[in-house]
Design a protein around this ligand. Sequence first.
Ligand code: BGC
Length: 663
Amino acid sequence: MFDLNSLTLDEKLTLLTGKDCWRTESLGGKLPEIFMSDGPHGLRTMTEDWKTLPATAFPTLSALGSTWNKVLAKEMGEAIAEEAIERNVDIVLAPGVNIKRTPLCGRNFEYVSEDPCLAGDMAEQYIEGVQSRGIGTSLKHFAANNREFDRLFQSSEVDARTLREIYFPAFERALRAKPWTVMCSYNLLNGVYVSENKKLLDGVLREDFGFDGVIVSDWDAVVDRAKALKATVDLQMPHTDNAFDTLKAAYERGYITDEEIDASVQRLVALAEKVISNKSKRKITRTKEERHELAVKIASEAAVLLKNEGVLPLKEGERIYVGGKPAKTGAFGGGGSSYVESEFKPKDLAECIKECGVNAVYQEAYFSDDGARHGFYNLRGGLARAASADKAVIAVGFDRYTDCEGTDRTTLKLSPIAVEFIRSVAKANPRTIVIVYGGSAVDMSEWIDDVAAVIYANFNGEGGNEAIARVLTGKVNPSGKLQESFPLCLEDTPTGSYRGNGCADVYTERVFVGYRYYDEADMPVLFPFGHGLSYSVFEYGGLSVKEKGGKYEVSFTVKNVSSVAGKEVCQLYIGAKQSMVARPVRELKAFDKIELAAGEKKKVVFTLSLRDFAYYCEELDGWRTENGIYTVSVGGSSRELPLSAELEIKLSADEQPSQRVWA
Ligand code: BGC
């Protein structure tokens, strides 16, 4: 046990800020230095001379979200931790669970979902995976950092109920895996910098959610080190020359106390001890090739088959035209601190399709060299090839320049040149299949009716083209589902093109985020949250809801009624039939991905607690489950729920606030 009294005041204050950009202070060897590197979808380790070391580029966190596969989330965490072990990294700065409030957010590719249940449960497994290998995580960015525009200055203005129901629960769920650290965000929340927000950090995160680890600032998120310390930010990152002097002066004038300093130092010492005591868990079980294969596996489960008018899977003997720049280069990830430098040379999609046994040829017909300067190249040649092929596969989408940390997108549409390319190819060959890459929803209204099939690939890492080839040819049966709604257009989204006025970003849509908004407004969408097709057909049946000691057990069966094996994501939603407050029509409360052989039937069981039926009541300052009837719906998408049952919750009068009964 390290004795805090062995440290002088100056040493303690020194410890509260990083030694450099990535390391904590060692105080001349008294404590081990802790070395941090970015995630979340691969390791971005930087050397002292600012070189990024290569690592496996996994599909982005949003792609992981599209797999809805908790086992894969854990495996991805383990594999990234193994690379951390090889690089002597102690903490991976990941995962991020900010809610995708608007599809414009430039960092959406780094986040899991628009839904807190999906985001939280996937992040929980990711953390389990990393930490099972003795490496720490940093759950980020707490809280309400939902766009990049003006992220250092703008205040997210969010009411308490919305925070508790939408923006906090992904963190709350992920905290079950006990991340070693939590990273606080850049923005202000309701007028106060998050890094100085004691109510949020000490009150909600520590007291309500029981987090007892280290709160680390986002890089340069601290404005005033002393105020941040009072809010229980233990570690300011990166090193800043004036942090020590600010703390010392604040101590001398009595603004910060010995207790506050010691509490943070104690947590930092405990973290250093955790790093040491977990070293025995550091195990590497995968080779570099196996990590690449895992990246391919995740990318193939992340591919969401949005539309298929009988053209997929591709068949042996067919001749396929392949076009579009990502078919050559892949689309590894978005830009910014999470960008992974992979050593892997992207594989050509046409070559990958050939490896899967189908004849394909790439003809360059379109290029976009840096996202800003788009141009056509040999369009006529490509169209001639497309016209004479049995089917055409074209890859289009966003890239690391359009989807990038620090900026937001301005449109949901593909570039005009990409749209023209899709339309021209579709005209030349009506059996055109479009692969779309991106970190968020895409407006496909200008071209979707012209094409026969669409796969939303997300940004799918270094194994992307191998994965897409497997899905196209049926070597892998698609099983990805959208982790966010695809609206018809930007104007249909709850926030539209509004991005705040540079001071305040008002969350006027309240709890009606993503599908909660479209369902409440009863609006059509391009593709709903949870949507994704398969080459199999699944049949749901036998729904039963039973109360068991204050919990509710929901069971049902899923049968694969097709002749091909496949995977289905079973989703359970809850809605209150009546309520004293405005509540979403339905909300995801549980999900599972199951594998079914042709003809196989499986039983799925979910257990719900009273909290799953509750809303956050600001007046009671707590969760309230109202008496009444609730609908439990089950199915393969938020708008395709073949099973539905009602259940009544009847809590005793003592457990409920007074309610008038209208005769
Ligand atoms: C990002 C964090 C990242 C940190 C270190 C910040 O700009 O917001 O997510 O971990 O930089 O690179």
